[in-house]
Every structure is written in structure tokens, then in C-alpha cells.
Ligand binder design. Sequence first.
Ligand code: GDP
Length: 381
Amino acid sequence: MIDSGLAIYVAIAVALVIAVLVFVLARKSGSKANGVPASVIPAKASANAEVISRDLTDNEILGTIESKSIPMDIPESMEGRKLKLRERLGRSQGSLGQVFKQTFSGSTISEDAWQDLEDTLIMADLGVTAAAGIVETLKNAVKKSSASSAQDLHEIAKSELIKLVDGGFDRTLHTDRHADRPAVVLTVGVNGTGKTTTTGKLARMLSAQDKDVLLGAADTFRAAAAEQLTTWGDRVGVPVVRGAEGSDPASVAFESVTAGLEQEVDVVLIDTAGRLHTKQGLMDELGKVYRVAGKLGAVDEVLLVIDATTGQNGLTQAKVFSEVVPVTGVVLSKLDGTAKGGIIVAIQEALGVPVKLVGLGEGPDDLAPFDAVDFVSGLLM
Ligand code: GDP
């Protein structure tokens, strides 16, 4: 009696499970009823985002993007990042700070001391002409001033250096949402400079400012780049639009902006490929990504990532990129690994655009907004 009762319960349970499965499968096939592949994109930036389905506008099949529910960590505040800029520079750029201290350690400065300073500035990658120019400016400032102590001289030298590094540039990062669309930011640069890492770090930094971010993995030449970006997205609960390996990067860029519009995010950050095979090739690839990403509005920022450790060589490559797309700001990565911070002045002069952000390590929060006062204070610590 008990056995037959149990059998009835089991039979009812099995029937229910089958009914639910049939229902779910029927809904799934219904979403593809028109035969167009669907791309699944998590809605609004949230780790447990609601998932929406949408038809693609071309024949490209975008990969399924899943928002994994891993615990999110809290990105560092802007103040913490600025402090880091000073500290890290103080550590890595020791020699310049040392020589500055020595040069301005008495109430007068010898010719040898000036020469030492010039040599150190050249070694810090300022370039020969700029280094000579700074020393000349400092000499004049010291001559004109009524400075009589080492402290005064140090202050004069510091303020001249700040003026030089500042260059009068506007360093605003254009990541505010427009009335009808998200801000669109492209990160460009030679492979290996730190583009993908920078894009991920920037997503964290903007999330910390309460912005809704969407990432676009338009470096479709390397599967690892999309994987890397997805990991960054998961960490802060930011959705990622990605294409199949080898698919058209411009199509991924377009889909990213479309998704950003639909989900009403504040900013869409698009990581691009930086294969510097030929200038024409770069033009065809990156130029197209830029044009297509701007089709639904405009591209608000083109951030060129330059690896600080590659010095003047990196600058030559950067010039090629700036001829292909209108660069609006530079991210100087790996500043923690070099004593060549002087490249900042050289970059700004050569490209005519400001350094807006600096990379200070491989950690998720090792990205800081660039500020001339913080930078020089760090250098001269
Ligand atoms: P991409 O090819 O330009 O996208 O370069 P990736 O983002 O893959 O970065 C290349 C390598 O540089 C990775 O090992 C990163 O961890 C490293 N990297 C990126 N930014 C920084 C930085 O600011 N400091 C240091 N030390 N390493 C960095």
C-alpha cells in the first residue's frame, strides 16, 4: 500500500519535470523562430544581470556573454589612486629626485651640478633638446629670483618642472553619458603595450565613480584578449560584448555601441587590436573600427596606450597610430617599471595630446589619472 502510494508520487514528480523541460525547450526554439542568430548580452551592469535576447544586425555570430556571479571587489577611490601615483613614482624614479636634491642642496649651483641635472633628465627620456631647455629655464628662473636658500631653489625648480609637464593641456576624460547615448571610448596602441589591461582597469575606475560601463572586445585577432577582458568585466560586474575569434572587429565595435545604447549605460569602452604590420593595414582595420564605432553618435575619446619602458621607440610607433585615428589622450603604461618618466613631456610635445592616465603596475587598481603636480611631487620625493 505504502509502495504503490510512493510510486504514484514519483510518477507525478517525473511528469512535472518532463512538462517543465518541454516548456523551456519550446521557449528556446521560439526565440530563434525567425532564423537570425541571437546574441545574448547581460542587461545593465550587474553581476547577476537580467539577460536579454536580441537579433544581430549582420551575419556575424557574436559569442554568448555570460555574467558570472563571482563576488565583486570594490575598486579603489580616485584619492587612493592619486596617492599611489606619488608613491610609486617616488620609488621608481629615484635617481631624478636624488639629483634634484643634490643640485638644489646649497644656496648656489655649480656648472657641474647643472650638467649632472641635464644628464639625468636626458636619461629620464626627456630628449636632449627638452633636457637642455629645462636646465636653461631653471638657470634663468634661479638667476631672476631672489632665492637664497636651497629650499627656495628647490621650490622654483619644482614649479618650473610642473609648468613644463603640465603644458597647459586639458586632461578631462570624456566619459560622461550624453543625453541620448553613452560616451564611446576606444583604446588603441601596439600589441603588448597594455591596452587590454588598461581597458579593464579603466572599467574598474569608472565603476568606482558610479558609472555604468559596457566593454567591447574588438581585438578579435587574439582569443586571449577577449578572455582577459571578460575576466575584468566579471570582477566588477560589467557586461562584455565579444565576437568569435577572427570575426570583423568593426562589427564587434558596432554591436558594443548598440548594446550600450539599448542598456542605457554611461560609457562603452572598446578594446582594439594593435597589429602594426603596415600603416595601410592599420588604417584598414583600426580606421574602420573608429568609423563604425562612431556611426551611432561619435567616438568621444581615443586613448593611445604607450609602454613607458619602450622610450623613444614607443613614441615612433605612437606617431603612426595618431596618423590613423584622432588620438585625444595618452595612457602611459608600465611607469612603475622604468625611471624614464620624462617621456611624458616628449610624448605631449610630439603628439600634441595630453597624457591622461598612467599605469602603475599589474594590479587591478594600478591606473591613476595623470596630474602634473602629483607627478612632479612623486618625482622629487
Ligand atoms: P595588449 O596586447 O596591449 O592588450 O597588452 P596587455 O594588456 O595584454 O598587457 C601586456 C602585459 O603588460 C601584461 O603582462 C600586463 O599585465 C602588463 N601591464 C599592463 N599595464 C602595466 C603596468 O602599468 N605596469 C606593469 N608593470 N605591467 C603592465
